[in-house]
Design a protein around this ligand. Sequence first.
Ligand SMILES: *Cc1c(COP(=O)(O)O)cnc(C)c1O
Length: 415
Amino acid sequence: MTGHSDFPSQPLQNGNGVAEERQFGTLAVHAGAPHDPVTGAVIEPISLSTTFAQTSVGKPIGAYEYTRSSNPNRDNFEQSVAALEQAKYALAFSSGSATTATILQSLAAGSHVVSVSDVYGGTHRYFTKVASAHGVHVTFSPCIELDVEELIRPSDTKLVWIETPSNPTLGMVDIAKIAEVAHRHGILVVVDNTFMSPYVQNPLKHGADIVVHSVTKYINGHSDVLMGVAAFNSDDLKDRLTFLQNAIGAVPSAFDCWLAHRGLKTLHLRAREASRNATAVALALEASPDVISVNYPGIDSHPHRKIALKQHRDGMGGGMLSFRIKGGQEAANRFCQYTNIFTLAESLGGVESLCEVPSSMTHAGIPREQREAAGVFDDLVRMSCGIEDAEDLKADALQALKKAASPQTVINGSA
Ligand SMILES: *Cc1c(COP(=O)(O)O)cnc(C)c1O
């Protein structure tokens, strides 16, 4: 499971400027990471300067003028993400949400978007409360593979928005199937790939036109940077989105770009380990009499396992899973309080393991009926597996499960 089997190698400039074919891990470490031409520094310096000197009016010394328009650290980070998503271009933003907002702002008033129902909460909020104010309307579908064609409005629909696997129930969408329909109508497909990271899934390879990430999660991977990125191949998108990146100005700082780039260099190691850990935890939970069901695309019980085998590197499931605990919301809340290694917190994709109860935390804003229709019951627990040891994570989950399921045996328990 250590190979990079389905990742076609990408050309990478070597020290002599010659393009060579490289695999994922090599690209993660070296893409967008040139040695400093003046000092030879192996690690790029952080370019904090907001402005860059010019030799005569309108003639900057190098490639840079003003840091909102472009910055060396942002350029390097963007190059690295582009290489890892097998894209021609990548553009970084100040958050995943700013990335989504900028893409939606590229649409003219009157445009229509078709989206999967269970998108990230902040994406849902933007679609319903902000985009509509600009005359962009979104139709949500709980089964987009079945009804995308009939939801498309011939002259108005401009985007189809997918998140696969979805949050927090890990439902999956066949990207190639959606792309086939959308492209027949001249519509672009956007995939939010935050949950899988570029290591586990490369949506452009399956026909998507734009892939977006909350860099805050796996790409940075250390829970200390808020950032977003979009990657794509089209020159037209490059022009439109670069213009908006500068015009709107929701750009990341040089320091954050530098940190996120450092995080990205170990993505393959972290994503493999997180996926291995999540598999071990998912199987242990599944075997427990205190668990109703487990949602994890890396194991055979997942209803869309076939899509994972087709879309994910080596059929990996990634680091995210969710499960329904017996004993309702009380048991779910207790579980998250009794874990010792999994920290009770929102977010995901860091080296440390986290857990949360979506119905009262990340998904509390969604009305109960709508939430439950998407499988988000009060007894659902979401876990982000980090890169600690699998045996410790498994033991931690099982001891918390035992205590949560039978609270009367816990001394000083809240029940
Ligand atoms: C966190 C997240 C976002 C939003 O990203 P921010 O960096 O928090 O703005 C978007 N999509 C998914 C799937 C996320 O998990």
